[in-house]
Design a protein around this ligand. Structure first.
Ligand code: 5AD
Ligand code: SF4
Length: 465
Protein backbone atom coordinates (compact mmCIF):
# COMPACT_ATOMS: atom_id res chain seq x y z
CA UNK A 1 0.00 0.00 0.00
CA UNK A 2 1.21 3.53 -0.65
CA UNK A 3 2.48 5.40 2.35
CA UNK A 4 1.79 9.08 2.79
CA UNK A 5 4.12 11.04 5.01
CA UNK A 6 3.14 14.44 6.45
CA UNK A 7 1.30 17.21 4.64
CA UNK A 8 2.62 20.21 2.81
CA UNK A 9 1.21 23.68 2.22
CA UNK A 10 -0.87 23.65 -0.96
CA UNK A 11 1.17 25.04 -3.86
CA UNK A 12 -0.42 27.85 -5.84
CA UNK A 13 -0.40 26.16 -9.18
CA UNK A 14 -2.74 26.48 -12.08
CA UNK A 15 -1.66 24.31 -14.92
CA UNK A 16 -3.28 26.09 -17.81
CA UNK A 17 -0.07 25.60 -19.85
CA UNK A 18 1.28 22.09 -20.53
CA UNK A 19 3.07 20.51 -17.60
CA UNK A 20 6.74 19.71 -18.04
CA UNK A 21 9.04 17.02 -16.69
CA UNK A 22 12.80 16.62 -16.50
CA UNK A 23 14.24 13.23 -15.57
CA UNK A 24 17.91 12.94 -14.68
CA UNK A 25 19.16 9.39 -15.05
CA UNK A 26 21.98 7.80 -13.07
CA UNK A 27 23.52 4.35 -13.36
CA UNK A 28 22.86 1.53 -15.75
CA UNK A 29 21.00 1.11 -19.03
CA UNK A 30 18.02 -0.32 -17.20
CA UNK A 31 17.57 3.10 -15.64
CA UNK A 32 17.85 4.74 -19.07
CA UNK A 33 15.04 2.47 -20.27
CA UNK A 34 12.97 3.13 -17.13
CA UNK A 35 13.32 6.89 -17.59
CA UNK A 36 11.96 6.56 -21.13
CA UNK A 37 9.01 4.52 -19.89
CA UNK A 38 8.36 7.04 -17.09
CA UNK A 39 8.41 9.87 -19.62
CA UNK A 40 5.92 7.92 -21.75
CA UNK A 41 3.64 7.29 -18.75
CA UNK A 42 3.74 10.97 -17.80
CA UNK A 43 3.18 12.06 -21.42
CA UNK A 44 -0.18 10.29 -21.27
CA UNK A 45 -0.95 12.55 -18.33
CA UNK A 46 -0.09 15.70 -20.28
CA UNK A 47 3.57 16.12 -19.32
CA UNK A 48 6.04 17.06 -22.01
CA UNK A 49 9.75 16.33 -21.64
CA UNK A 50 12.16 19.27 -21.30
CA UNK A 51 15.93 19.10 -21.49
CA UNK A 52 16.56 21.63 -18.77
CA UNK A 53 15.71 21.33 -15.09
CA UNK A 54 14.87 25.06 -14.80
CA UNK A 55 12.02 24.62 -17.29
CA UNK A 56 10.40 21.71 -15.47
CA UNK A 57 7.34 21.54 -13.18
CA UNK A 58 8.39 18.06 -12.16
CA UNK A 59 11.99 16.96 -11.62
CA UNK A 60 12.74 13.28 -11.08
CA UNK A 61 16.12 11.81 -10.21
CA UNK A 62 16.20 8.21 -11.40
CA UNK A 63 18.90 6.89 -9.15
CA UNK A 64 21.51 4.15 -8.77
CA UNK A 65 22.52 2.46 -5.50
CA UNK A 66 25.19 0.11 -6.78
CA UNK A 67 28.13 1.89 -5.17
CA UNK A 68 28.26 4.43 -2.35
CA UNK A 69 29.50 7.19 -4.65
CA UNK A 70 26.50 6.78 -6.95
CA UNK A 71 24.06 7.10 -4.03
CA UNK A 72 25.84 10.09 -2.49
CA UNK A 73 25.76 11.97 -5.80
CA UNK A 74 21.97 11.93 -5.53
CA UNK A 75 21.95 13.72 -2.19
CA UNK A 76 24.25 16.48 -3.40
CA UNK A 77 22.06 16.97 -6.47
CA UNK A 78 18.95 17.08 -4.26
CA UNK A 79 20.58 19.83 -2.20
CA UNK A 80 21.12 21.89 -5.36
CA UNK A 81 17.55 21.33 -6.55
CA UNK A 82 16.20 22.37 -3.13
CA UNK A 83 17.51 25.90 -3.83
CA UNK A 84 15.72 26.00 -7.18
CA UNK A 85 12.58 24.69 -5.53
CA UNK A 86 12.76 27.36 -2.80
CA UNK A 87 13.09 30.10 -5.39
CA UNK A 88 9.97 28.79 -7.13
CA UNK A 89 7.96 28.20 -3.93
CA UNK A 90 5.59 31.13 -3.98
CA UNK A 91 5.50 31.63 -7.72
CA UNK A 92 2.96 30.39 -10.24
CA UNK A 93 5.33 27.51 -11.00
CA UNK A 94 6.11 25.49 -7.90
CA UNK A 95 8.43 22.60 -8.49
CA UNK A 96 7.64 19.00 -7.57
CA UNK A 97 10.70 16.91 -6.78
CA UNK A 98 10.89 13.13 -6.84
CA UNK A 99 13.39 10.34 -6.38
CA UNK A 100 12.91 7.11 -8.32
CA UNK A 101 15.09 4.08 -8.99
CA UNK A 102 17.26 2.02 -6.69
CA UNK A 103 18.10 4.65 -4.04
CA UNK A 104 14.36 5.23 -3.71
CA UNK A 105 13.79 1.51 -3.26
CA UNK A 106 16.64 1.03 -0.80
CA UNK A 107 16.19 4.13 1.35
CA UNK A 108 12.48 4.96 1.09
CA UNK A 109 11.30 7.46 3.71
CA UNK A 110 14.87 8.06 4.86
CA UNK A 111 15.32 10.18 1.71
CA UNK A 112 12.63 12.62 2.86
CA UNK A 113 14.10 12.72 6.35
CA UNK A 114 17.50 13.59 4.88
CA UNK A 115 16.12 15.97 2.25
CA UNK A 116 12.66 17.31 3.13
CA UNK A 117 12.42 19.12 -0.23
CA UNK A 118 11.61 15.74 -1.79
CA UNK A 119 7.89 15.28 -2.54
CA UNK A 120 7.83 11.73 -3.79
CA UNK A 121 9.89 8.56 -3.56
CA UNK A 122 8.99 5.76 -5.95
CA UNK A 123 10.64 2.36 -6.36
CA UNK A 124 11.19 0.74 -9.77
CA UNK A 125 8.25 -1.65 -9.48
CA UNK A 126 5.56 1.02 -9.39
CA UNK A 127 6.41 3.38 -12.26
CA UNK A 128 3.07 2.69 -13.89
CA UNK A 129 1.42 4.47 -10.96
CA UNK A 130 3.61 7.53 -11.40
CA UNK A 131 0.97 9.93 -12.84
CA UNK A 132 -1.29 9.27 -9.86
CA UNK A 133 1.58 9.52 -7.35
CA UNK A 134 2.76 12.81 -8.88
CA UNK A 135 -0.77 14.22 -8.73
CA UNK A 136 -1.01 13.35 -5.04
CA UNK A 137 2.45 14.72 -4.27
CA UNK A 138 1.77 17.97 -6.17
CA UNK A 139 -1.27 18.45 -3.99
CA UNK A 140 0.83 18.83 -0.93
CA UNK A 141 1.39 15.37 0.55
CA UNK A 142 4.77 13.70 0.36
CA UNK A 143 4.32 10.20 -1.06
CA UNK A 144 6.60 7.22 -0.56
CA UNK A 145 5.80 4.16 -2.62
CA UNK A 146 8.34 1.38 -2.49
CA UNK A 147 6.14 -1.68 -2.09
CA UNK A 148 6.29 -4.29 -4.83
CA UNK A 149 3.08 -3.87 -6.83
CA UNK A 150 0.93 -6.98 -7.14
CA UNK A 151 0.15 -6.12 -10.74
CA UNK A 152 2.76 -6.30 -13.51
CA UNK A 153 3.85 -2.74 -14.26
CA UNK A 154 4.51 -3.66 -17.89
CA UNK A 155 0.81 -4.43 -18.35
CA UNK A 156 0.03 -0.86 -17.34
CA UNK A 157 2.85 1.19 -18.81
CA UNK A 158 1.86 2.63 -22.20
CA UNK A 159 3.29 0.95 -25.32
CA UNK A 160 6.14 2.88 -26.97
CA UNK A 161 4.67 5.84 -28.83
CA UNK A 162 5.92 5.88 -32.41
CA UNK A 163 6.59 9.62 -32.70
CA UNK A 164 8.43 9.75 -29.41
CA UNK A 165 10.39 6.57 -30.22
CA UNK A 166 11.45 7.99 -33.58
CA UNK A 167 12.69 11.17 -31.95
CA UNK A 168 14.93 9.09 -29.69
CA UNK A 169 16.94 7.59 -32.54
CA UNK A 170 17.54 4.32 -34.30
CA UNK A 171 18.74 2.28 -31.34
CA UNK A 172 16.57 1.31 -28.39
CA UNK A 173 16.68 -0.59 -25.12
CA UNK A 174 14.06 -3.14 -24.20
CA UNK A 175 13.93 -4.56 -20.68
CA UNK A 176 13.08 -8.28 -20.78
CA UNK A 177 13.96 -9.27 -17.25
CA UNK A 178 14.39 -7.52 -13.92
CA UNK A 179 15.89 -8.43 -10.59
CA UNK A 180 18.31 -11.11 -9.59
CA UNK A 181 18.36 -14.32 -7.54
CA UNK A 182 22.11 -14.76 -7.54
CA UNK A 183 22.93 -12.82 -4.37
CA UNK A 184 26.55 -12.02 -5.08
CA UNK A 185 27.77 -10.91 -1.67
CA UNK A 186 28.81 -7.42 -2.82
CA UNK A 187 25.65 -6.53 -4.69
CA UNK A 188 22.51 -4.59 -3.74
CA UNK A 189 20.52 -5.55 -6.84
CA UNK A 190 18.60 -8.48 -5.32
CA UNK A 191 17.47 -6.07 -2.59
CA UNK A 192 16.68 -3.01 -4.73
CA UNK A 193 15.27 -4.71 -7.84
CA UNK A 194 13.94 -7.81 -6.13
CA UNK A 195 14.04 -11.39 -7.29
CA UNK A 196 14.28 -12.39 -10.90
CA UNK A 197 11.19 -11.74 -13.01
CA UNK A 198 10.98 -12.35 -16.77
CA UNK A 199 8.52 -10.55 -19.01
CA UNK A 200 6.45 -12.72 -21.32
CA UNK A 201 7.75 -13.46 -24.81
CA UNK A 202 4.55 -12.07 -26.27
CA UNK A 203 4.94 -8.74 -24.46
CA UNK A 204 8.58 -8.46 -25.54
CA UNK A 205 7.90 -9.33 -29.18
CA UNK A 206 5.07 -6.80 -29.36
CA UNK A 207 7.22 -4.07 -27.86
CA UNK A 208 10.09 -4.90 -30.24
CA UNK A 209 7.71 -4.74 -33.22
CA UNK A 210 6.40 -1.37 -32.09
CA UNK A 211 9.97 -0.07 -31.80
CA UNK A 212 10.87 -1.33 -35.30
CA UNK A 213 7.66 0.08 -36.79
CA UNK A 214 8.80 3.44 -35.43
CA UNK A 215 12.15 3.14 -37.23
CA UNK A 216 14.39 1.47 -34.63
CA UNK A 217 17.11 -0.63 -36.28
CA UNK A 218 18.98 -1.95 -33.27
CA UNK A 219 17.50 -3.32 -30.04
CA UNK A 220 19.46 -4.13 -26.92
CA UNK A 221 17.63 -6.47 -24.57
CA UNK A 222 18.21 -5.52 -20.97
CA UNK A 223 18.14 -7.32 -17.67
CA UNK A 224 20.22 -7.39 -14.51
CA UNK A 225 20.57 -11.07 -15.40
CA UNK A 226 19.40 -10.95 -18.97
CA UNK A 227 20.53 -14.44 -19.90
CA UNK A 228 18.49 -15.88 -17.04
CA UNK A 229 15.43 -14.76 -19.01
CA UNK A 230 12.96 -17.58 -19.47
CA UNK A 231 9.34 -17.57 -20.36
CA UNK A 232 6.41 -19.20 -22.02
CA UNK A 233 6.98 -19.20 -25.71
CA UNK A 234 4.37 -19.77 -28.31
CA UNK A 235 2.55 -23.01 -27.45
CA UNK A 236 3.62 -24.85 -24.28
CA UNK A 237 7.34 -24.56 -24.82
CA UNK A 238 9.49 -22.87 -22.20
CA UNK A 239 11.88 -20.51 -23.96
CA UNK A 240 15.32 -19.31 -22.95
CA UNK A 241 17.05 -16.17 -24.21
CA UNK A 242 18.56 -17.94 -27.25
CA UNK A 243 15.11 -18.93 -28.47
CA UNK A 244 13.71 -15.46 -27.80
CA UNK A 245 16.53 -13.92 -29.84
CA UNK A 246 15.69 -16.29 -32.73
CA UNK A 247 12.12 -15.04 -32.70
CA UNK A 248 13.07 -11.38 -32.45
CA UNK A 249 15.51 -11.74 -35.33
CA UNK A 250 12.54 -12.36 -37.64
CA UNK A 251 11.04 -8.89 -37.05
CA UNK A 252 11.03 -6.90 -40.23
CA UNK A 253 13.19 -3.78 -40.18
CA UNK A 254 15.33 -4.97 -37.27
CA UNK A 255 18.99 -5.03 -38.30
CA UNK A 256 20.84 -5.61 -35.04
CA UNK A 257 20.27 -7.34 -31.71
CA UNK A 258 22.29 -7.19 -28.50
CA UNK A 259 21.73 -8.20 -24.88
CA UNK A 260 23.23 -7.14 -21.58
CA UNK A 261 24.13 -8.05 -18.71
CA UNK A 262 24.83 -11.75 -18.54
CA UNK A 263 25.97 -14.09 -15.80
CA UNK A 264 28.47 -16.83 -16.74
CA UNK A 265 26.30 -19.51 -15.13
CA UNK A 266 23.36 -18.72 -17.40
CA UNK A 267 25.25 -18.96 -20.72
CA UNK A 268 23.48 -22.08 -21.97
CA UNK A 269 24.19 -23.97 -25.19
CA UNK A 270 21.21 -22.50 -27.04
CA UNK A 271 22.39 -18.97 -26.28
CA UNK A 272 25.96 -19.73 -27.31
CA UNK A 273 24.65 -21.32 -30.54
CA UNK A 274 22.53 -18.23 -31.18
CA UNK A 275 25.77 -16.33 -31.72
CA UNK A 276 26.50 -18.58 -34.71
CA UNK A 277 22.96 -18.97 -35.99
CA UNK A 278 21.53 -15.45 -35.84
CA UNK A 279 23.25 -13.13 -38.26
CA UNK A 280 21.76 -9.97 -36.72
CA UNK A 281 22.99 -10.90 -33.22
CA UNK A 282 26.06 -8.72 -32.84
CA UNK A 283 29.42 -10.34 -32.03
CA UNK A 284 29.77 -8.70 -28.63
CA UNK A 285 29.22 -10.17 -25.19
CA UNK A 286 29.34 -8.46 -21.81
CA UNK A 287 30.12 -11.30 -19.42
CA UNK A 288 31.28 -10.01 -16.03
CA UNK A 289 33.62 -12.21 -14.03
CA UNK A 290 34.42 -9.70 -11.22
CA UNK A 291 37.63 -11.43 -10.07
CA UNK A 292 40.15 -14.04 -11.14
CA UNK A 293 40.88 -15.79 -7.85
CA UNK A 294 38.79 -18.82 -6.91
CA UNK A 295 38.87 -17.87 -3.23
CA UNK A 296 37.45 -14.42 -4.01
CA UNK A 297 34.93 -15.78 -6.51
CA UNK A 298 33.73 -18.11 -3.76
CA UNK A 299 33.56 -15.30 -1.20
CA UNK A 300 31.61 -13.27 -3.75
CA UNK A 301 29.19 -16.21 -4.21
CA UNK A 302 29.71 -16.18 -7.95
CA UNK A 303 29.27 -19.98 -8.08
CA UNK A 304 31.95 -20.67 -10.67
CA UNK A 305 35.74 -20.86 -10.79
CA UNK A 306 38.17 -18.88 -12.93
CA UNK A 307 38.94 -22.01 -14.98
CA UNK A 308 35.24 -22.58 -15.66
CA UNK A 309 34.89 -18.99 -16.87
CA UNK A 310 37.90 -19.32 -19.17
CA UNK A 311 36.65 -22.58 -20.63
CA UNK A 312 33.24 -20.95 -21.21
CA UNK A 313 34.94 -18.11 -23.09
CA UNK A 314 36.79 -20.71 -25.19
CA UNK A 315 33.52 -22.40 -26.16
CA UNK A 316 31.93 -19.06 -27.04
CA UNK A 317 34.93 -18.13 -29.18
CA UNK A 318 34.86 -21.48 -30.94
CA UNK A 319 31.23 -20.81 -31.81
CA UNK A 320 31.74 -17.21 -32.87
CA UNK A 321 35.44 -16.53 -33.45
CA UNK A 322 35.13 -12.77 -33.95
CA UNK A 323 33.18 -12.17 -30.74
CA UNK A 324 34.38 -9.27 -28.58
CA UNK A 325 34.35 -9.81 -24.84
CA UNK A 326 33.58 -7.22 -22.24
CA UNK A 327 33.51 -7.54 -18.45
CA UNK A 328 33.08 -6.00 -15.01
CA UNK A 329 35.70 -6.25 -12.28
CA UNK A 330 35.81 -5.42 -8.60
CA UNK A 331 39.15 -4.94 -6.85
CA UNK A 332 39.63 -5.00 -3.10
CA UNK A 333 36.78 -7.30 -2.14
CA UNK A 334 37.24 -8.20 1.56
CA UNK A 335 40.10 -10.64 2.01
CA UNK A 336 41.62 -10.04 -1.44
CA UNK A 337 45.38 -10.66 -1.12
CA UNK A 338 48.11 -9.59 -3.53
CA UNK A 339 48.09 -13.12 -4.93
CA UNK A 340 44.31 -12.99 -5.43
CA UNK A 341 44.66 -9.73 -7.30
CA UNK A 342 47.46 -11.17 -9.47
CA UNK A 343 45.03 -13.95 -10.39
CA UNK A 344 42.63 -11.28 -11.71
CA UNK A 345 45.40 -9.80 -13.87
CA UNK A 346 46.21 -13.30 -15.05
CA UNK A 347 42.63 -13.95 -16.10
CA UNK A 348 42.47 -10.62 -17.95
CA UNK A 349 45.70 -11.58 -19.76
CA UNK A 350 44.18 -14.85 -20.87
CA UNK A 351 40.79 -13.52 -21.98
CA UNK A 352 41.87 -10.30 -23.71
CA UNK A 353 38.89 -7.99 -23.36
CA UNK A 354 37.74 -5.54 -25.99
CA UNK A 355 36.30 -3.32 -23.29
CA UNK A 356 35.66 -3.50 -19.54
CA UNK A 357 34.43 -1.68 -16.45
CA UNK A 358 36.34 -1.91 -13.19
CA UNK A 359 35.55 -0.63 -9.72
CA UNK A 360 36.91 -0.46 -6.21
CA UNK A 361 34.81 -2.58 -3.88
CA UNK A 362 32.25 -0.40 -2.13
CA UNK A 363 30.63 -1.97 0.94
CA UNK A 364 26.86 -1.69 0.58
CA UNK A 365 24.72 -1.71 3.71
CA UNK A 366 22.63 -4.86 3.98
CA UNK A 367 24.87 -7.02 1.75
CA UNK A 368 26.95 -9.83 3.30
CA UNK A 369 30.23 -8.36 2.00
CA UNK A 370 29.78 -5.20 4.03
CA UNK A 371 29.90 -7.20 7.29
CA UNK A 372 33.11 -9.05 6.50
CA UNK A 373 35.97 -8.11 8.77
CA UNK A 374 38.92 -8.28 6.42
CA UNK A 375 38.10 -5.13 4.42
CA UNK A 376 40.90 -3.94 2.14
CA UNK A 377 42.48 -0.53 2.71
CA UNK A 378 41.46 2.25 0.34
CA UNK A 379 45.04 2.93 -0.80
CA UNK A 380 45.51 -0.73 -1.73
CA UNK A 381 42.23 -0.70 -3.67
CA UNK A 382 43.33 2.42 -5.55
CA UNK A 383 46.67 0.95 -6.45
CA UNK A 384 45.12 -2.31 -7.69
CA UNK A 385 42.46 -0.48 -9.67
CA UNK A 386 45.10 1.62 -11.43
CA UNK A 387 47.08 -1.51 -12.40
CA UNK A 388 44.00 -3.35 -13.61
CA UNK A 389 42.75 -0.37 -15.60
CA UNK A 390 46.14 0.12 -17.26
CA UNK A 391 45.99 -3.48 -18.48
CA UNK A 392 42.34 -3.28 -19.59
CA UNK A 393 42.93 0.03 -21.38
CA UNK A 394 45.88 -1.47 -23.23
CA UNK A 395 43.71 -4.38 -24.33
CA UNK A 396 41.02 -1.98 -25.53
CA UNK A 397 43.58 0.00 -27.55
CA UNK A 398 44.96 -3.23 -29.05
CA UNK A 399 41.47 -4.37 -29.94
CA UNK A 400 40.60 -1.09 -31.63
CA UNK A 401 43.90 -0.93 -33.50
CA UNK A 402 43.41 -4.41 -34.90
CA UNK A 403 40.72 -2.90 -37.17
CA UNK A 404 42.85 -0.27 -38.90
CA UNK A 405 42.83 -0.93 -42.65
CA UNK A 406 39.89 -3.31 -42.34
CA UNK A 407 36.30 -2.81 -43.43
CA UNK A 408 33.15 -3.26 -41.39
CA UNK A 409 29.44 -2.43 -41.36
CA UNK A 410 28.48 0.61 -39.33
CA UNK A 411 25.01 1.65 -38.22
CA UNK A 412 24.80 5.44 -38.47
CA UNK A 413 23.32 6.68 -35.20
CA UNK A 414 23.66 10.42 -34.60
CA UNK A 415 25.34 13.63 -35.71
CA UNK A 416 28.94 13.97 -34.54
CA UNK A 417 30.23 16.61 -32.15
CA UNK A 418 31.78 18.51 -35.04
CA UNK A 419 29.94 19.72 -38.11
CA UNK A 420 30.16 17.40 -41.06
CA UNK A 421 30.55 14.27 -38.91
CA UNK A 422 28.21 11.44 -38.20
CA UNK A 423 28.69 8.81 -35.50
CA UNK A 424 28.02 5.18 -36.12
CA UNK A 425 28.39 1.99 -34.15
CA UNK A 426 30.44 -1.02 -35.19
CA UNK A 427 29.19 -4.59 -34.65
CA UNK A 428 31.64 -4.66 -31.71
CA UNK A 429 30.07 -1.60 -30.07
CA UNK A 430 32.86 0.81 -31.00
CA UNK A 431 31.97 4.40 -31.88
CA UNK A 432 32.92 5.04 -35.49
CA UNK A 433 33.23 8.59 -36.82
CA UNK A 434 32.58 9.09 -40.53
CA UNK A 435 31.96 12.00 -42.85
CA UNK A 436 28.31 13.12 -42.72
CA UNK A 437 28.04 12.72 -46.49
CA UNK A 438 28.55 8.95 -46.03
CA UNK A 439 24.89 8.28 -45.40
CA UNK A 440 21.83 9.08 -43.31
CA UNK A 441 21.03 8.19 -39.73
CA UNK A 442 19.61 4.66 -39.67
CA UNK A 443 21.66 3.47 -42.68
CA UNK A 444 24.08 0.61 -42.34
CA UNK A 445 27.09 1.37 -44.50
CA UNK A 446 30.37 -0.35 -45.22
CA UNK A 447 33.39 1.65 -44.08
CA UNK A 448 37.12 1.29 -43.96
CA UNK A 449 38.83 2.08 -40.66
CA UNK A 450 41.58 4.67 -41.07
CA UNK A 451 42.53 5.40 -37.44
CA UNK A 452 41.88 3.93 -34.01
CA UNK A 453 41.90 5.70 -30.67
CA UNK A 454 41.14 4.23 -27.25
CA UNK A 455 37.44 5.18 -27.41
CA UNK A 456 36.57 5.55 -31.07
CA UNK A 457 37.50 4.71 -34.63
CA UNK A 458 37.76 7.00 -37.66
CA UNK A 459 36.54 5.67 -40.96
CA UNK A 460 35.75 6.49 -44.56
CA UNK A 461 32.94 5.03 -46.58
CA UNK A 462 34.19 2.06 -48.62
CA UNK A 463 34.33 2.83 -52.31
CA UNK A 464 32.88 -0.54 -53.22
CA UNK A 465 29.83 0.00 -50.97
N1 5AD B 1 31.23 -2.33 -5.19
C1 5AD B 1 31.87 -2.15 -6.36
N2 5AD B 1 31.37 -2.53 -7.54
C2 5AD B 1 30.16 -3.14 -7.53
N3 5AD B 1 29.42 -3.64 -8.54
C3 5AD B 1 28.29 -4.13 -8.01
N4 5AD B 1 28.27 -3.96 -6.68
C4 5AD B 1 29.44 -3.36 -6.36
C5 5AD B 1 30.03 -2.94 -5.13
N5 5AD B 1 29.42 -3.13 -3.97
C6 5AD B 1 29.86 -3.67 -9.92
C7 5AD B 1 29.96 -5.11 -10.45
C8 5AD B 1 28.76 -5.21 -11.34
C9 5AD B 1 28.64 -3.79 -11.85
C10 5AD B 1 27.31 -3.43 -12.42
O1 5AD B 1 28.91 -2.99 -10.73
O2 5AD B 1 31.15 -5.21 -11.19
O3 5AD B 1 28.91 -6.16 -12.38
FE1 SF4 C 1 24.32 -8.29 -8.59
FE2 SF4 C 1 25.44 -10.71 -8.85
FE3 SF4 C 1 22.86 -10.35 -9.46
FE4 SF4 C 1 24.74 -9.29 -11.05
S1 SF4 C 1 24.44 -11.50 -10.65
S2 SF4 C 1 22.89 -8.25 -10.31
S3 SF4 C 1 26.32 -8.74 -9.57
S4 SF4 C 1 23.77 -10.14 -7.43
Amino acid sequence: MPTTVGTRPQPISQHSRPKTVYIKTYGCQMNVYDSIRMNDALAKDGYSEVSNMEDADLVLLNTCHIREKAAEKVYSELGRIRKLKNRRKHTMRPLTLGVTGCVAQAEGEEIIRREPAVDLVVGPQTYHRLPDIVARASNGSAVVETEYAVEDKFDYLPAPDSKRTRSRGVTAFLTVQEGCDKFCTFCVVPYTRGTEVSRSARQIINEAKALCDAGVREITLLGQNVNAWHGDGIGDEEWGLGRLLQELSQISGLARLRYVTSHPRDMDEALIAAHREIDILMPYLHLPVQAGSDAILKAMNRKHTAAEYISLIKRIRQTRPDIALSGDFIVGFPGETDADFEATLDLVDKVEYAQAYSFKYSPRPGTPGADLENQVEEAVKSERLARLQALLNQQQVNFNQSFVGKSMDVLLEKPGREDGQIIGRSPWLQSVIVDASSGRIGDIIKVEITEAGPNSLQAVRSLDA
